[in-house]
Design a binder for this molecule. Structure first.
Ligand code: SDX
Length: 377
């Protein structure tokens, strides 16, 4: 019996996170997401995912130093980004550059857990540098070298904008990284685990995950939300726009989820970040349009008897827009944060591995005999 989309199929045990869909709760290794978002930094969450607990101050300083050492990316990989056509999607460029990192990583073909841990740390830093470099080069600007002493979130904004971010923006970026770090067996993580399950290398698994995240039904939705808000253009236009989209049978980006049957717990935290930054770069208008879209979707979904609520992508759009991130880079930011979760899942998969190979239900032609080509008409 085929389960389309593997809905409700449990594919693995994990210690990394628990997504409670009915309750709308997200827990990373025993910690509620609201607690982590309010009281930790992204670097601490990386430590939690890789080492199964939050770090002491000494271990945090050690991890930060390893991130700092890994932030500068080999010039030959930056050249891969530089040679990509300007029109290439930033996630296509990122996927290619992440794959190219393996050419210059001495651990690339070492599948030991120690090597995978080193690669997890390097990749989680390098993806930030690569994303900023992609944004700069596609804007016709030269990449900016990482600044020592900054966190990953601060360095991302520094390398992207060429100046240090204000504390509110830096904290918003850091919390956005925390919220996007890990989410159980989502499609891109599953892709990473399938690759890891063949004992393929870390860079290969991460390349598969990055390619998967790009899709508009998954990580690509945050870019879709921003383009929707821009197409709507005003609070007054939100209702007619949403209703017309639903009448066409379109999926409204940023709504719905395979697991959550109520509000995604990350959405209100992201909305709060947007509200804190309100007034910068006209974010107020995006927030007001977002709120109106949410109201109309609530009315329409209630009328249809559907439990469709905003997900993480819905309010990440106004946050990233306010941070001055180009729309095309929105999904790359998701990849920056999820790198920690993907690498943690690769390590977990290979620690107790079995090839991931589900069955399939054959519904094709039956009992056919070859007719020689000359007689096939
Ligand atoms: C992420 O899995 C994760 O954990 C992912 C993620 C993570 O952190 O890794 O949480 C991040 O990817 C969030 C999701 C981002 N995607 C979007 O915002 C794209 C829009 N959402 C939909 O495409 C949809 O909700 C999915 C893909 C997210 C979930 O799809 P499902 O579970 O396969 O549900 P479905 O498409 O079968 O829809 C069920 C019903 C349908 O109606 P009927 O055909 O039964 O009448 O709900 C409707 C759908 O039409 N529906 C929507 C809708 N989402 C579902 N209707 C309008 N707008 C939507 N967004």
């Amino acid at each position: 019996m085929t389960t389309k989309g593997l809905a409700d199929v449990v594919a693995a045990e994990t210690r990394l996170s628990e997504v409670l869909g009915e309750e709308g709760r997200l827990i990373y290794a025993g910690y509620e997401i609201q607690d982590l978002a309010a009281h930790t930094t992204y670097e601490e969450v990386c430590h939690l995912l890789w080492y199964d607990d939050l770090p002491t101050a000494a271990r945090l300083n050690g991890l930060r130093a390893r991130f700092a050492d890994a932030l500068p990316v080999d010039g030959r990989v930056i050249d891969v980004v530089r040679q990509a056509p300007r029109h290439a999607h930033p996630m296509t460029v990122l996927r290619t550059a992440l794959s190219a990192l393996a050419f210059h990583d001495a651990d690339a073909e070492d599948g030991s857990e120690e090597a995978n841990e080193r690669k997890a740390i390097r990749l989680t830093a390098q993806v930030v540098t690569l994303t900023a470099a992609i944004g700069r080069l596609q804007a016709g600007q030269e990449p900016v070298e990482p600044e020592p002493g900054l966190t990953l979130a601060e360095n991302f904004l520094y390398m992207l904008n060429g100046r240090k971010a204000d504390p509110i923006s830096a904290r918003a970026m850091d919390v956005a990284f925390i919220l996007h770090a890990e989410h159980g067996m989502n499609a891109s993580t599953f892709a990473a685990r399938v690759a890891a399950g063949t004992l393929a290398d870390m860079h290969g698994a991460i390349t598969a995950a990055t390619a998967t995240l790009k899709g508009p039904l998954h990580g690509g939705a945050n870019e879709g939300v921003m383009r929707m808000l821009m197409a709507i253009g005003s609070v007054e236009a939100a209702g007619p726009w949403v209703r017309a989209a639903l009448e066409r049978g379109d999926r409204v980006m940023g709504f719905g989820h395979r697991v959550y049957r109520t509000l995604d717990p990350r959405a209100p935290i992201l909305r709060g970040l947007a509200e804190q930054m309100i007034g910068q770069d006209g974010s107020a208008v995006w927030l007001r349009i977002s709120d109106r879209v949410q109201e109309v979707m609530r009315e329409e979904m209630d009328r249809r008897g559907k439990r469709i609520y905003p997900n993480v992508d819905f309010f990440s759009a106004p946050v990233y827009s306010t941070l001055g991130v180009p729309i095309g880079l929105f999904t790359n930011i998701f990849a920056c944060a999820r790198m920690s979760g993907w690498t943690a899942h690769v390590i977990e998969q290979q620690r107790d591995n079995r090839l991931i190979r589900p069955g399939s239900e054959y519904i094709g032609g039956a009992a056919r005999t070859v007719v020689p080509l000359a007689r096939r008409g």
